[in-house]
Design a protein around this ligand. Structure first.
Ligand code: ADP
Length: 328
């Protein structure tokens, strides 16, 4: 295919994630490498519709690799879900002479990118930027590693107070559909039980048995990790239930919330974001479109966006088994 790309647009969309700045920076500098222009679009698809854009050169992304969040900002944009909104966005892309779009975000953002491509045959490439690690076809998403480190740090601190007071802590972590943060941070933080959205077989009885077992084996404090999307009782109902049936436990709830999104990206996320940012521009320059740049076995890989959006992404069952064994 003849390569006609001379100007690439880049945006961050959906939930922000540490490392998004590093990805933008890599896209901008890869454009400089190819001697083509790069335009940053503010606030995701909202900025496309409102024509809120800025030309970016190598220096305009200086001192961004270490910063959390996204300097292009992110937004949820309902207008883009409607075909009329996407038409306005497309018209602005054409008006600004942009030939292709790099979308850094999660599954919602990828769905929007696919629609833009399907309707206007506009070249799009996705970069997985979400702390949830819930995208199919990539081992890791940008922001996941930083969020894990934040959660493990929080669990360590909670453990200090838990063990000083014989307390049981229910710690809620992010993960509406995917239990990746809960499982990995649970293992890394030495949790006793990990409750995730994918595990339907978990019942409160199992938790009660596990607590009884812990008492018998001499554990005096416990940490239970609860992914926000866990089915059944919510975390406050669980607290009340445990409190009622095992009054010897001083049960406390800690919802980590948005602190999991913030902070300087870890080195792993900076390197991942740099790799995927360069990979996205490489892909567009090779004439590819409708793909996500993910990582597999340490290499950047291209994955069809439809596959990236596959909801049947498999949970790492081996890790669940490890969690069960090491929490004894
Ligand atoms: P994430 O990308 O993190 O999953 P969202 O689900 O909020 O975050 O999606 C981000 C943006 O992507 C939305 O605000 C909207 O502009 C766009 N988007 C999401 N779903 C669709 C859809 N079905 N069709 C078109 N655009 C969508």
């Amino acid at each position: 295919m003849t390569n006609k790309i001379t100007k690439i647009g880049v945006l961050t969309s959906g939930g922000d994630a540490p490392g998004m700045n590093a990805a933008i920076r890599a896209v901008v500098r890869a454009c400089v490498h190819y001697n083509i222009k790069c335009v940053g679009i503010y606030e995701g698809y909202k900025g496309l519709i409102e024509n809120n854009m800025v030309e970016l050169d190598a220096r305009s992304v200086a001192n961004t690799i270490n910063r959390g969040g996204t300097f292009l900002r992110s937004a949820r944009c309902l207008e883009f879900i409607e075909p009329e909104g996407r038409k306005v966005a497309y018209d602005n892309l054409v008006k600004e002479g942009i030939d292709a779009l790099v979308v850094i975000g999660g599954d919602g953002s990828f769905t929007g990118a696919l629609k833009l491509n399907n309707e206007f045959n506009f070249p799009v490439v996705g970069i997985p930027g979400t702390i949830d690690n819930d995208i199919n076809g990539t081992d890791y998403t940008i922001g996941y590693d930083t969020a894990l480190n934040t959660v493990v740090d929080a669990i360590d601190k909670i453990r200090d107070t838990a063990s000083s007071h014989n307390r049981l802590f229910l710690v809620e972590v992010m993960g509406r559909d995917a239990g990746d943060i809960a499982i990995s941070a649970g293992i890394g933080g030495g949790a006793e039980e990990i409750l995730i959205p994918e595990k339907d077989d978990f019942s409160i009885d199992r938790l009660m048995e596990s607590l009884a077992h812990s008492r018998k084996t001499g554990k005096t404090s416990s940490i239970i990790i609860v992914a926000e999307g866990k089915k059944g009782m919510n975390i406050l109902e669980m607290r009340d239930y445990v409190h009622k049936h095992r009054p010897e436990y001083d049960v406390r709830v800690s919802v980590l919330g948005h602190l999991q999104r913030g902070g300087a990206p870890s080195c792993t996320d900076r390197v991942l974001a740099s790799k995927l940012g360069v990979g996205a521009v490489d892909a567009l320059m090779e004439g590819l479109s409708n793909v996500m740049i993910g990582v597999s076995h340490r290499k950047a890989v291209t994955v069809d966006l439809n596959i990236a959006l596959d909801k049947n992404r498999k949970l790492d069952r081996d890790l669940l088994r490890v969690a069960d064994i090491v929490s004894l």
